[in-house]
Design a protein around this ligand. Structure first.
Ligand code: NG6
Ligand code: CA
Length: 495
């Protein structure tokens, strides 16, 4: 009897550790399908991501939920498509938190399964509940929606405030030099990109001519908080060190880490050790920096003996963009590099390049290395990780499907259908891609990105035409009609 009890204790301990792996989500910002060498790029070398792919499962049809950051992350964390909720577009740095405290999130799913949960890096989902005082406690934020620990920037590197927030406080703030933030009016006496171009080391190409720090002008105005200002060159290393610290301090139980890197988003100001290394200017160098940061986090997992029992998932929040508002040589030095690989469009686009992104799952011993063509989306994370941790998916995660079997390589198909949010909404059904007639310019004037707006419906067979060049809408009107109806049904706002 005693022996039996001991045996079952042993078994349940084994089952526990195999069932509840640590989960590390390595998330790039604006990294394209073609920006990684294991996705076929011959123009850039990303050895750490390549190693992850070689040891794991590389998805060729893995998607973020939207072609810009805020809606993409909103959907990934809540399991609800962002287009159902107003106010989920790209947010200014002083926006309030758009996920109501108490709502189930990817983080709370892990937390309720006994995980210690942490976020490090780019947040961009708003903070506070309106009129936030950056000098006091900063909440609600990540800690109010399921994270135990957070070390974040509020929005983006090109938006004020240019400081890090750890849990409820700005890091390194001197109370004698309080922070003021405005997205309306400049602060008299503070330098701006517009008034002080002589102070710039990188000039804007569109917008980005407001608050000026560290030789880079940004969106929005800020005053004070001098001792707390980040140094763009150190941001990758700072986030990586924080991620490793979180892993080291997670203790015995399982942990979930959302590592939200800023690279290769603008402004691209990588550490000098990467400068000039890609031959593609700061955008390429920032990709090398992300790859290096990934390598450091993977090395920490190995050093701590956590590699085998950690599911690492690597992806990006939206497709790539070359000129996103700074004259940083990205256009001039692009050469033959194709940031979206064989895909059309990129960031801001409803073509595949907008949401089809690098997507790799590694879990040694459980996930067989290889390539998967299953259709999966980040909006599926809440339901899928609920399933991984033996729970029911949250009810509010209404668009999140349990695709755990696909993520683990046991199912080759994934979702039957997926809505892609670019400028227009598009619908995938297996190999078919439908984009409804949408008014507006075909290309974004500033970024030169092909948004996919067109007066006529577009239908592509991705199995033969991955680059979405041959519009079949005229030849198969029944399918156009059926997919237009399916998209109308899917796009209904939440009740
Ligand atoms: C745009 C910015 C762009 C980038 C983007 C958000 C201008 C002219 N362009 O409005 O630089 O910040 O917003 O990117 O301001 S995202 O990846 O966070 O969605
Ligand atoms: Ca982004």
């Amino acid at each position: 009897m005693v022996r039996f009890a001991l045996l079952s204790l042993f078994l349940s301990a084994t089952v526990f550790s195999a069932d509840k792996p640590n989960v590390v989500l390595l998330y790039a910002d604006d990294l394209g399908y073609g920006d990684v060498s294991c996705y076929g790029s011959k123009t850039i070398s990303t050895p750490n991501m390549d190693r992850l792919a070689a040891e794991g499962l590389r998805f060729t049809d893995g998607h973020c939920a939207a072609a810009t950051c805020t809606p993409s992350r909103f959907a990934m964390l809540t399991g609800e498509y962002a287009f159902r909720q107003k106010g989920t577009g790209v947010l200014p740095g002083d926006a309030k938190l758009i996920i109501p405290p108490g709502r189930a999130t990817l983080a709370s799913v892990f937390k309720s399964a006994g995980y210690r949960t942490g976020v490090v890096g780019k947040w961009h989902l708003g903070l506070g509940d309106g009129g936030l005082d950056w000098n006091g406690p900063i909440k609600p934020g990540p800690l109010e929606i399921g994270f135990d620990h957070s070390f974040i920037m509020a929005a983006t590197g090109d938006r004020v405030p240019c400081v890090f927030v750890e849990n409820h406080r700005v890091v390194g703030l001197d109370p004698a030099d309080p922070i003021q933030v405005s997205y309306k009016e400049p602060f008299p006496g503070e330098p701006t990109g517009k008034a002080n171009p002589e102070l710039l080391k990188m000039h804007p190409s569109h917008g980005h001519d407001m608050a000026l720090f560290n030789g880079v002008s940004r969106i929005g105005y800020m005053k004070g908080g001098k001792s707390a200002l980040w140094k763009d060159e150190d941001m990758g290393d700072t986030f990586t060190a924080q991620a490793v610290k979180f892993i080291e301090s997670a203790g015995k139980g399982p942990f979930f880490l959302y590592f939200a890197a800023h690279d290769p988003h603008v402004p691209r100001v990588p550490h000098p050790r990467f400068a000039g290394k890609s031959g593609m200017g700061p955008r390429g160098d920032a990709i090398l920096q992300f790859d290096d940061n990934v390598g450091s986090i993977l090395a920490a997992l190995e050093r701590l003996g956590l590699k085998d029992n950690t599911l690492v998932l690597l992806s990006s929040d939206n497709g790539p963009v070359v000129d996103d508002g700074y004259k940083d040589d990205a256009v001039e030095k692009l050469g033959d590099h194709k940031p979206a690989g064989p895909l059309r469009g990129g960031k801001y686009s409803a073509f595949e390049g907008g949401t089809r992104v690098p997507f790799i799952v590694r879990w040694p011993g459980r996930v067989k290395p290889g390539v998967s063509h299953a259709l999966v989306s980040q909006v599926d994370f809440p339901a899928s990780f609920a399933a991984l941790t033996g729970q029911k998916g949250p009810e509010s995660a209404r668009d999140s499907q349990n695709v755990l079997a696909a993520l683990l390589g046991d199912d080759a198909t994934g979702r039957p259908e997926l809505v892609e949010q670019g400028g227009p909404l598009a619908l995938r059904q297996g190999k078919w891609k439908f984009i409804p007639p949408t008014p507006g310019p075909a290309k974004s004037k500033n970024t030169n990105s092909e948004i996919a707006n067109a007066p006529q419906p577009q239908l592509y067979d991705l199995s033969k035409d991955l680059g979405e060049r041959e519009n079949l809408a005229g030849t198969t009107p029944e399918r156009v009609k059926q997919m237009a109806e399916a998209l109308e049904k899917a796009r209904k706002p939440a009740e």
